[in-house]
Design a protein around this ligand. Structure first.
Ligand code: BTN
Length: 254
């Protein structure tokens, strides 16, 4: 297990899911501040119970942390992670800021296509302390044939970056950005930096929920990390969780 500025790092060649492994370790009493990376995942997890295809060549990482702060501020954590990952990629890859954008809340789009995904999970250790697991996958070499949103990889866009090199930059940016977030107290600064890198503000978006959609204009991301959308009647909606599509249709039917 290697050290990384006070954080621990465990690299595994193959695992079912780095998030699942982090949850197991939290339950088994790991003290946290632990990074887990894997060469491949055999049961990678995406949001909403979907699978995350996890062949060799991409970055698969999970960070296990405790005492993250108030539950209300936890909702802003995905935006913190997206910002750190954006900075990490810009720092280690020949990618321009205008090519790499954050799609609310935490996907990175490279040339308009999905490059990465973040999955936050929580669990409790034996004493009931809340553990937060921050899973992050970046398509360095491969990308799935994604039916939900067009995807890409760094490689497919002409950018060669090794997963481990990207991980070193990402872990460094995460340490800095988590510090500046300060368990939510510093979210105002994070919000400003996030907005400067966001895509779609002022544009038509469709927010898709399990059984409904809202179509409107993406106005802002608010002080609680919610997407602010106004619909055709001028009604304002503050959205905490949804799949977001640009334009007036998710392309999936109602
Ligand atoms: C999404 O966009 O739906 C989120 C995908 C998150 C994938 C990462 S890969 C590392 C970590 N381990 C998992 O099983 N999932 C996350």
């Amino acid at each position: 297990m290697a050290g990384l500025d006070g954080w621990r790092h465990l690299h595994l060649e193959s695992i079912d899911s780095t998030n699942t492994e982090a949850m197991r370790r939290a339950s088994d009493g790991d003290p946290g501040n632990l990074w887990i990376t894997a060469g491949e995942q055999t049961a990678g997890k995406a949001r909403r119970g979907r699978d995350w295809v996890s062949e060799q060549g991409n970055l698969y990482s999970s960070l296990l942390i405790f005492d993250v702060g108030e539950t209300a501020m936890l909702a802003t954590l995905p935006l913190v992670i997206a910002l750190a990952l954006h900075k990490a990629i810009i720092a280690c890859a020949p990618v321009r800021e205008d090519q790499l954008k954050i799609k609310w809340p935490n996907d990175l789009l490279l040339n308009g296509k999905k490059l990465s995904g973040i999955l936050l999970e929580t669990t409790a250790d034996k004493s009931g302390r809340q553990a937060v697991i921050i899973g992050c996958g970046v398509n360095c070499a491969h990308f799935p044939d994604n039916p939900l949103y067009p995807a890409t990889s760094l490689h497919a866009e002409g950018v060669i970056v090794q997963p481990d090199d990207l991980f070193q930059h990402y872990a460094k940016q995460m340490a800095e950005t988590l510090k500046s977030w300060n368990r939510g107290a510093g979210f105002a600064n994070i919000r400003r930096e996030w907005l400067a890198r966001a895509t779609g503000i002022g544009e038509a978006v469709t927010a898709r929920f399990d059984d409904a959609e809202i179509v409107g204009t993406f106005q802002d991301m608010d002080a609680e990390g919610r997407l602010v959308l106004t619909d055709a009647e001028g009604a304002e909606h503050r959205i905490s969780a949804a799949d977001i599509f640009f334009g007036t249709s998710s392309g999936l039917g109602a």
